[in-house]
Unconditional design. Structure first.
Length: 237
């Protein structure tokens, strides 16, 4: 991220030196088997940090901790990287991620990329609901958090509803706006598990917010197994 004053802010998941790979991916194993089911009491909780540069990237600050509780998404779904954005008008920085048990979307903010406020809940935990991919965009004091509300599979399908939450202060949120029809993960891409991937994005500018996401549905071709495309939406702000 680049702040209005030229400061560069880099945010990333810090897995230390023991993971031997890219964090969640390294847990899949050498034989490419899907990662083991997490113990109910201890789902993975990753550390996310930020570093700043005031000289165009020549030197960097020491890491500052944003959270030590970034989750990796629902079991069996490969997804769920955190996201960060700068508001080019206010200069405020925003970061979103999923809680370790995937039941909550979390949000933190900073004015300098070094000091981060205590995270707040974007969504309220509900029985039978968790969340997958998240993304954030901001412009002119409005913050837009895209996320996918996920429900357990039923005889009718395995549904995910893309939605968008809006805030101006990082503490109070309008009711989520549904984006498009539900996606049925029964027909999603497969890659060592259900793979909506991180094919999503959100961008905001004056008077508009844009969102794209992966959407899967029953194929029109008889006998076809998969059907996953990219949907997009434009909303006035």
């Amino acid at each position: 991220m680049i702040m209005p004053n030229g400061t560069i802010v880099d945010t990333y998941l810090d897995f230390g030196t023991a993971a031997g790979g890219e964090g969640p991916e390294s847990r899949i194993g050498q034989n490419e088997a899907v990662r083991a089911v997490f113990p109910a009491s201890a789902p993975p909780a990753d550390t996310m940090v930020s570093r700043t540069s005031h000289d165009g990237g020549a030197t960097w600050s020491a890491p500052s901790t944003i959270t030590t509780a970034a989750g990796e998404g629902p079991v069996g779904i490969r997804c769920c990287l955190p996201s960060a954005a700068t508001d080019p008008v206010t200069g405020r920085l925003w970061v979103v991620w999923i809680s370790p048990n995937s039941t909550t979307v979390m949000l933190s903010q900073s004015y300098d990329g070094t000091h981060w406020r205590l995270a707040t809940r974007v969504t309220i935990p509900r029985a039978g609901v968790d969340y997958s991919n998240v993304d954030v965009a901001a412009y002119g004091g409005q913050v837009f958090i895209a996320n996918a509300l996920h429900r357990a599979p039923t005889a009718q399908g395995h549904f995910v509803q893309q939605q968008l939450s809006v805030t101006t202060d990082g503490r109070h949120f309008a009711p989520p706006i549904k984006l498009g029809p539900p996606s049925d993960l029964t027909y999603a891409a497969q890659a060592r598990g259900i793979f909506p991937g991180d094919y999503m994005g959100t961008a905001a500018t004056h008077g508009r917010v844009y969102s794209v996401w992966a959407h899967s549905s029953k194929p029109a071709t008889a006998g076809a197994r998969f059907h996953q495309v990219v949907f997009g939406a434009t909303l006035k702000t």
